[in-house]
Design a binder for this molecule. Structure first.
Ligand code: GUN
Length: 297
């Protein structure tokens, strides 16, 4: 179906743009953008994410600094490392992989990162700046969704957007971004009444609830554009065999012949998140040199 929004392919376009901006700042200003990633503990999923981030950082010509700390690392040791990275002129982006072990205070750790180097966009200053429509670091997943939407639809002004999910990492920043694009924005969540009727009025649906295949065809207006942020591991009976597969929050097969565009899982929003992390790192580097922001739209 030609309505598929290919995030994997589009993320390559973003990475190529990042690489061009990296080449320019290296050549003209003698500065190589650097991203420091901190991993505390040995969570298997986090290890995979961190490895991929490091690999893609190097591929676009940036420096990658990985700091792997034991699960028992004290708050003081972690905060001292972040302080050191905040002061390091070769480091333009600092990211502490979440979740952290229980004895560490996630909010305290995130807010100890220099907001200018906070390439996750999770620092309270960046949240406030985005909320009030000021220049900030934008969280990577919502930024990836916005780039996909603008690439597919162009001007989003006046569109009716429904976001399902109210997390700090996706739902809330997504709502702010779409408001800035002059959408009419509704955030629906687990307590929303008549959620199906509300979704069925949307020109744009962004699903970020973490409930496998919750959004069925009855929820979607013909011609809508659907962005599926969900990544859910489920066991399915495929040809008589029980197999584990990944599905989104949207029932993908229901969307065929109905929507103007839909992102698949995997291969939709997922690849955009790391591409946007690289984009944020190069943006932080340009800002550190008082250069105007790179453009990715
Ligand atoms: N863990 C899962 N997703 C993310 C992310 O986007 N940033 C960080 N720092 N940790 C994560």
């Amino acid at each position: 179906m030609n309505e598929i929004i290919d995030g994997k392919k589009f993320s390559q376009t973003i990475r190529t743009k990042v690489k061009n901006y990296v080449d320019v700042i290296k050549e003209r200003h003698g500065v190589t953008p650097g991203l420091a990633v901190i991993l505390v503990g040995e969570d298997p999923a986090s290890q995979v994410y961190v490895r991929n981030k490091g690999k893609q950082t190097l591929e676009v010509g940036m420096n990658s600094y990985e700091h792997k700390l034991e699960a028992s690392t004290s708050s003081d040791v972690l905060l001292n490392l972040i302080e050191k990275l905040n002061k390091d002129v070769n480091v333009h982006g600092v990211l502490c992989q979440l979740p952290l072990p229980d004895h560490l205070n996630e909010k305290e750790v995130i807010n100890s990162i220099d907001p200018k180097k906070d390439v996750d966009g999770f620092h309270i200053s960046n949240v406030g700046l985005l909320n009030t429509g000021q220049k900030s670091m934008i969280p990577c997943t919502p930024l990836g969704c916005l780039l996909l939407l603008k690439d597919r639809l162009g001007d989003l002004s006046g569109k009716n957007a429904v976001i399902i999910g109210r997390s700090n990492i996706v739902g809330k920043p997504m709502a702010n971004l779409l408001l800035q694009e002059n959408c009419t924005v509704t955030i629906a969540h687990s307590r929303t009444e008549n959620i199906e009727t509300i979704c069925a009025q949307a020109d744009i649906i962004v699903a970020a609830v973490g409930r496998p295949e919750m959004i069925k065809k009855e929820w979607v207006k013909p011609g809508a554009t659907v962005i599926d942020v969900g990544i859910n591991r489920v066991t399915k009976n495929i040809d008589g065999d029980e197999k584990t597969t990944l599905v989104g929050d949207v029932c993908f097969t229901d969307m065929a012949g109905l929507v103007a565009g839909v992102t698949p899982v995997p291969g939709g929003v997922g690849p955009m998140t790391i591409a946007c992390l690289l984009a944020n790192t190069v943006t932080a580097c340009y800002r550190s040199q008082d250069l105007s922001d790179p453009e990715f739209t």
